[in-house]
Design a protein around this ligand. Structure first.
Ligand SMILES: *Cc1c(COP(=O)(O)O)cnc(C)c1O
Length: 223
């Protein structure tokens, strides 16, 4: 046993989330914490699991399966990284939530596979809210049409996800995502990471994806 207070970063994030909920006049517990465990060694994850964190985010299908297969029954897993259509079968089988639905080809592949596996998979459409060329996601202008297409394909869209530009104030981007969700009658907003989750909660985030602030910096760069 180590004497180090291993779960204190998690406890600190939890209390900051609670404070941000209160500051925004939102009920306690209205914001879910997705602990982003990508690239982390199990020694960093185990204490977080032991502290009753049950929702985790991963950005690669294969890596997630290797890390979580022994613990699969204990956790809810979110795919938050890009999904290639050749990984759709594994992703549908393994994950509870896919947050990175961002193109028609993927929507069609997911619809087929969900039908085959008869799985109640929860989906988020990723919006490239800052319209950055290097980022995945449908453009804000295409979002309404893309959401409509997904619904026509029989997909259950739970909400929207975004990663705002690294530079500048993220609040207007979070507000823009909220507006797209509202006009499409989607209730859930996955937005906010280690550096900006409080701003996201102020703009209506229903889940925040926090990695390095819980686990420390990642040991190798995510692709
Ligand atoms: C890595 C990642 C996160 C977590 O980022 P941190 O800054 O470490 O909190 C959140 N969302 C996505 C999509 C990511 O890829």
């Amino acid at each position: 046993m180590s004497d180090a207070p291993q779960v204190s970063p998690l406890a600190s994030i939890r209390s900051r989330i609670a404070a941000a909920e209160t500051a925004a006049g939102r009920p306690p517990g209205s914001v879910a914490l997705v602990a982003v465990s990508k690239t982390q060694v199990w020694d960093h994850i185990a204490p977080v699991l032991a502290a009753d964190q049950r929702v985790f985010g991963e950005n690669r299908v294969q890596e997630a399966m290797e890390r979580w297969t022994p613990h699969r029954g204990d956790v809810e897993l979110h795919l938050i990284g890009p999904l290639q259509t050749n990984k759709v079968r594994d992703a549908v089988r393994f994950f509870d939530v896919i947050e990175t639905l961002d193109r028609e080809k993927l929507a069609r592949a997911l619809a087929d596979e969900i039908r085959k596996q008869r799985k109640a998979l929860r989906l988020y459409v990723q919006v490239n809210i800052g319209q950055e060329p290097q980022k995945a996601g449908v453009s804000p202008a295409e979002a309404d049409g893309f959401i409509a297409l997904c619904l026509e394909l029989g997909l259950k869209i739970e909400g929207l996800m975004c990663i705002p530009p690294a530079e500048g104030d993220p609040a207007p981007h979070f507000a823009a995502l909220r507006d797209i969700a509202r006009r499409n009658r989607l209730e859930k907003l996955s937005m906010g990471m280690s550096d900006d989750f409080e701003a996201a909660i102020a703009q209506g985030a229903t889940s925040v994806r926090v990695g390095s602030a819980i686990f420390g910096s990642r040991s190798y760069p995510p692709a």
